[in-house]
Design a binder for this molecule. Sequence first.
Ligand code: SAM
Length: 372
Amino acid sequence: MNITDSNFDPTTNSHTSTSPNSAQFHSSSTILAVASSLSLFSSTTLHKKKPSQKSISTSYFSLDSSDAEDLTFLDQFRFIDGRQYHNEKNAHYYLPNDKQESDRLRIQHYVVHEIWKGNYSSPIKQRLIDGNTNVLDIGCGPGTWILDMGTTYPSSTFIGIDFSPVFPNSSFTPPNSIFLRHNILERLPFPDSSFDFVFQRFLAMSFDEVGWNDLFTEIVRVMKQDGWLEMMNFGCELKNPGPCTKRLADAVIEFHESKDIKVPTSIDLRKCFEQTRQITDISIEEKHLPLGKWAGQVGQLAKTNFNSEILGLKPFLLPFMNVTSEEFQLLLDNSDAEVNDYQTSLSTYRVFGRKVNDEQSKQMWVQYHHSL
Ligand SMILES: C[S@@+](CC[C@H](N)C(=O)[O-])C[C@H]1O[C@@H](n2cnc3c(N)ncnc32)[C@H](O)[C@@H]1O
């Protein structure tokens, strides 16, 4: 398994281009101009120029005396039990956004890449190779998908957005890739029909029902006709879980549901795609991610990742489950043994579909009104 990826330097968290022809890349100024013209809202921060270290993460910088005069940037984070979380008032997202979580997400990227043997399922490869294809990654986290895709397809343009500034600064990004800091619940900061491919991965535990509806409206708005939308998540149900693993996994879902967060299954997402009445050719693909050393290195990494995610939610899960820290740890330890006895796995799914063109759009509305 290529966990270290030939393009990825874990010591600097940077990717190097494999392109034999770097002239194929868009120049930094071109992509900046494109991104600036796409940007509609002043609240959005564009991270192509090197941002101050302060704006990346408090895990990575130290203060000097001039910084001490203005500590307002500290308001952007909350700290609980030594972990750092976002502090967006209207967002329902409970995982941390510190270096530990970014490391988890980077490893998770390579684990799911190994299981899926690729970064996406939509039939968009040729357009990405041909170039001038605009790609948006919603909730990009540390940006590993963007960096991987940006180096693989040097003639296309990649934009990642996230409200946590955990993505790399421009010194470490290919010139065709850019990151924006933005809360996607405040609309998407792009004009209509901007993107050929919109990708969103592992944001299943991020939105209430209204949030999901608003997000779909926005996504469809920013997609070009014949553009593709793809969403990837973990399934809610484990296959062959032992009792401790099931208790932990159920608690994660039930905690989010108790906060009115709608954790969608692949079928739920398919319905959301259909309800836009602007997305067709919808497909679902599913693969299982084995958890534990019974499945070799991938399984071991996947179980470590599963535990790290649960530990990131621990401050919220302890009171919700009404267990002590020691009892919680015992559940995790038992789960580590259990997954091998039961050969547990976790489903991952991708839902993807194409935005219709004007003629198809009219036909879909006519069909819908006839069905009423
Ligand atoms: C589990 S991580 C997945 C990151 C990335 N997509 C990946 O596959 O590695 C979810 C990401 O969504 C971001 N996120 C959640 N709600 C958001 C919102 N309302 N606006 C912007 N980003 C959001 C979080 O900050 C986090 O980085």
